[in-house]
Design a protein around this ligand. Structure first.
Ligand code: GDP
Ligand code: MG
Length: 187
């Protein structure tokens, strides 16, 4: 199910974990690896197009929600505003929202987009797990330096891990985080 407006959101029962990330961060690739289905969430080479909230049923009463991202330099103000309104409505309205997974390109670290998502989650007291993805693009030392810097920056605001959809580094840890976050739902 895809929604472009709050009225189209699926019924707000059970538990759902939202996944967000700046466009091209690697969100769709991460979702596909974590749920172990190819093309569960579409991977796209045209970033910033979709402004839809996509609901996926994992099992009865438990959902993964693919939140729209943006990030290309010249995104129109109207798109940014629509995104802000849609996301604000999503975070304010979803009683079943039990966690947020924030997908961040490890080479870019935390940016303005990510800070807005962290603020949305904090405003409704929803725990956040950060996937520092594309870890395969960095040498081990650089990746662990990025990990330490992000952990220090976020402190208690989120749990953090290194991840790669390419070599599947951190997949088990990410699945555990997803289950932990889903388990907080009302069931
Ligand atoms: N090397 C590497 N490339 C990745 C990884 N995850 C995604 N990508 C690539 O990054 C681009 C954007 O990925 P996508 O999942 O569509 O990003 P989204 O816009 O956040 O959904 C694609 O070319 C992917 O193949 C990763 O872990 N490692
Ligand atoms: Mg995508």
């Amino acid at each position: 199910m895809s929604a472009n407006a709050p009225a189209q959101f699926v019924p707000d029962s059970g538990a759902e974990v939202a996944v967000a990330g700046r466009s091209n961060a690697g969100k769709s690739s991460a979702i596909n690896v974590i749920v172990n289905r190819r093309q569960f969430a579409r991977t796209s080479k045209t970033p910033g197009r979709t402004q839809l909230v996509n609901f996926f049923e994992l099992r009865e009463g438990q959902r993964l929600v693919d939140l729209p991202g943006y990030g290309f330099a010249r995104v129109a103000d109207s798109i940014r505003e629509h995104w802000g309104r849609l996301l604000q409505a999503y975070f304010e309205q979803r009683g079943s929202l039990s966690g947020l997974i924030l997908v961040v390109d490890v080479r870019r670290r935390i940016g303005d987009f990510d800070r807005r998502m962290l603020a949305f989650a904090a405003s409704v007291d929803v725990p956040v797990h950060v996937l520092l993805t594309k870890a395969d693009k960095l040498k081990r030392g650089q990746a662990s330096a990025a990990y330490n810097a992000v952990r220090k920056e976020l402190g208690d605001a989120a749990t953090v891990q290194l991840f790669s959809a390419l070599d599947r580094h951190g997949v088990d840890e990410a699945r555990e985080a997803l289950e932990r976050l889903l388990g907080r739902g009302s069931g």
